[in-house]
Design a binder for this molecule. Structure first.
Ligand SMILES: Nc1ncnc2c1ncn2[C@@H]1O[C@H](COP(=O)(O)OP(=O)(O)OP(=O)(O)O)[C@@H](O)[C@H]1O
Length: 273
């Protein structure tokens, strides 16, 4: 569903991604971990077409993003779930979910907010998936933060995407609500066979919800494996800046599953992750 090879991205002289390799399959829930500034959001923005990579290969749902492509077509394949949900507070919950269909109706219909019956039925199904059928007619601004994030997930599902990218979707939620939101996201994506890449800062949630975890450090992939392979060594590689890593990665060999780049023995162990 997503194929990334030797992907590089700079902002002027700031080299942010240094040759990323990653494949994500349909139905796979991949959690991406990394320190602030590691390049996680930049990678997501490359996958959703907002950032143009400098070089490498990037294919999403059969679309080659390194070539000229239609943004509208890509929007049909890729949906986003944001940290601050990006909903319209004064609109009803149902209408917010229906905005997920706007990219798939004509421009006139989208300006007039004219939706087909099938779109409305789909919005209802998506709300049911996140347990919010009873809130469909309410103004979105009356919902709790966790409920709003579930509306954000329903809106993403209403796009019928092949890929969902979630950028710190539970950063502003309490632990119980955060778990419930991640559970809804994971269940829906598994049942619908959607490929998910979800940036998180919480290692516990990554272990609990990820089918697979990838770790980014200074724009390099330093871990790619199953949750039970994410031990101290891998956490050191992800959360500490290790000088030797740069030289090792420059050789650019794709990482086998479960592998991590060794941390320097000089680096202290991570605490409070
Ligand atoms: N639009 C931009 N223009 C210039 N530099 C940018 C831009 N977006 C990100 N950067 C830089 O790219 C680097 C990686 O940022 P990015 O947001 O991808 O990191 P991140 O891992 O997602 O961090 P966080 O966890 O804090 O969101 C940082 O040095 C940042 O300053």
């Amino acid at each position: 569903m997503i194929t990334i090879r030797n992907l590089r991205k700079s902002y002027d002289s700031n080299h942010v991604l240094h040759g990323i390799d990653m494949d994500v399959k349909a139905g796979e829930f991949v959690v991406m971990l990394g320190l602030s500034g590691a390049g996680k959001s930049t990678l997501l923005r490359c996958i959703n077409g907002l950032n143009q990579p400098d070089s490498g290969q990037l294919q999403v749902g059969g679309i080659d993003l390194m070539r000229k492509h239609s943004g509208r077509e890509l929007a049909r394949h890729v949906a986003m779930v944001f940290q601050h949900h990006n909903l319209v507070p004064r609109l009803s919950v149902r209408k917010n979910v229906l905005t997920g269909r706007l990219g798939q109706v004509s421009t006139l219909a989208s300006v007039l907010q004219f939706f087909r019956r099938s779109d409305i039925a789909l919005a209802e199904q998506c709300l049911e998936r996140v347990g919010l059928t009873h809130k469909a007619g309410e103004r979105t601004q009356a919902l709790s933060g966790g409920q709003m994030q579930r509306v954000g997930i329903a809106r993403a599902l209403a796009q019928r995407p092949q890929v969902i990218l979630a950028d710190e979707p539970v950063a502003s939620l309490d632990p119980r609500t955060a778990r419930s939101v991640l559970q809804y996201l994971r269940d829906a994506t598994r049942e619908l066979g959607i490929a998910v890449v979800c940036n998180l800062h919480q290692v516990d949630y990554a272990r609990e919800f990820g089918d697979r975890i990838v770790g980014l450090s200074q724009g390099r992939m330093v871990f790619d494996g199953a949750p039970d392979q994410l031990g101290d060594a891998a956490l050191n590689a992800i959360y500490h800046q290790v000088p030797a890593m740069a030289e090792l990665q420059e050789q650019h060999t794709p990482m086998p599953a479960g592998s991590w780049m060794p941390a320097s023995p000089m680096v202290a162990t991570t605490g409070g992750l």
